[in-house]
Structure formats: structure tokens, C-alpha cells
Design a protein around this ligand. Structure first.
Ligand SMILES: Cc1cc2nc3c(=O)[nH]c(=O)nc-3n(C[C@H](O)[C@H](O)[C@H](O)COP(=O)(O)O)c2cc1C
Length: 171
């Protein structure tokens, strides 16, 4: 299976990366490509809505690498530490640029809405415990990002209290 990891965490040795290593024990025999989003030159979406008309983004930057990878993925894994109850700013920047794929699926309809062969996983770590839906700020944008990429079936793994408890034997 082709697995693509979009890592929105800036700390490559942090809790999120450690959690990912445990998660990947499930996929020892699969073809895995990891993209540390912090290393890519990806511009902010400026809301020009060119993609709503043409299905193309006006920018020619490293997001093209991420589009190709997401297209090829049979399992798309999005990893992020929780920042201010949401994804990191790097992660949000990439999610916003997936508007191009949202437009293709739901506005100009040049791509099928859903791809049954594609699945997703959201893996997030948080310093605190969730008490009252605080982490919906991660779940909701990632839900729409998966839908923009044709993914309807996905797993959510949120590891709470990661700073205090550490990331050991979590799965
Ligand atoms: C800028 C910033 C904002 C954060 N905001 C939250 C938050 O809203 N809720 C929470 O539980 N933890 C928050 N944390 C803690 C991180 O989510 C937690 O330490 C996470 O496991 C860090 O992952 P990493 O080691 O992979 O970077 C925040 C940390 C930073 C640096």
C-alpha cells in the first residue's frame, strides 16, 4: 500500500514524530513517503479562487509535490501537534492550498467526489487533556482536507497529555 505522511509538526524529534514511529509499526511492509511540511516552500492561499474556475492554483511552488503525493496515496496520514486547539500554521497553510482539490471535486466537478480506495489517518498530540471538544479545531479542518482529497473513511488518533505522560506504548 502506498502511504503518504504529511507531517505538520515543526519538531522532528518531538512527541508527534515519536507517536508516528509507533503508528508505523502497523505498516512495516508498505511503501511509505514522508513529507515534513516545514521543509517545503509553500505559499499561503490568497483566496483568488482561480482554482474554482480552472482547477489550477496560480502558484507554482512545492505544493505541487504535495498534490502529487496526496493523489498517489492509498493511505494519507496527516500528523500535527495541537497548537491553540488547532493544527499548526504550517499544516493550515497546506490544508488551505488543498482548496484546489476541493474545487476539482465539489465546484467544477472535474474529479469524482470520493475515492473508495483512499483512506486517511489523523494523528495529533496535545499537551493537555480534552475536556469539552477543544480539539474539534483539529478534527474539523482535517475532515474537510480529507474530503477535498476524496477520502471519506479515516481514523482519528489524538494523544492527550503528551508532555506529561510522554509517548510510550501508546498503541
Ligand atoms: C505554540 C504552541 C501551542 C500549543 N497549544 C496547545 C493547545 O492548545 N492545547 C494543548 O493541549 N497543547 C498545546 N500545545 C502543546 C503541544 O500540543 C504538545 O506539546 C505536543 O505534543 C507537541 O508536539 P511536538 O513535540 O511534536 O511538537 C502547544 C504547544 C505550542 C508550542
Amino acid at each position: 500500500m502506498k502511504i503518504v505522511i504529511l507531517n505538520a509538526g515543526p519538531r522532528k524529534e518531538g512527541n508527534t514524530s515519536k507517536a508516528l514511529q509507533y503508528l508505523l509499526e502497523r505498516y512495516k511492509n508498505d511503501d511509505i513517503s514522508t513529507f515534513d511540511l516545514v521543509d517545503y516552500d509553500i505559499k499561503h492561499c490568497m483566496g483568488c479562487l482561480n482554482c474554482s474556475k480552472t482547477g489550477e492554483c496560480i502558484y507554482n511552488d512545492d505544493m505541487n509535490i504535495i498534490y502529487d503525493a496526496a493523489d498517489a496515496a492509498e493511505l494519507l496520514i496527516f500528523t500535527t501537534p495541537i497548537y491553540f486547539n488547532s493544527v499548526t500554521s504550517i499544516g493550515k497553510q497546506v490544508i488551505d492550498r488543498f482548496q484546489r482539490n476541493y474545487a476539482r471535486r465539489f465546484i467544477i466537478k472535474s474529479s469524482p467526489k470520493a475515492d473508495a480506495n483512499k483512506k486517511g489517518i489523523l494523528l495529533a498530540t496535545a499537551g493537555s487533556k480534552e475536556k469539552n471538544h477543544e480539539f474539534d479545531g483539529v478534527r474539523m479542518p482535517v475532515d474537510l482536507m480529507f474530503k477535498a482529497n476524496g477520502i471519506r473513511e479515516y481514523e482519528i488518533i489524538i494523544i492527550e497529555n503528551a508532555d506529561k505522560n510522554g509517548i510510550e506504548n501508546i498503541f
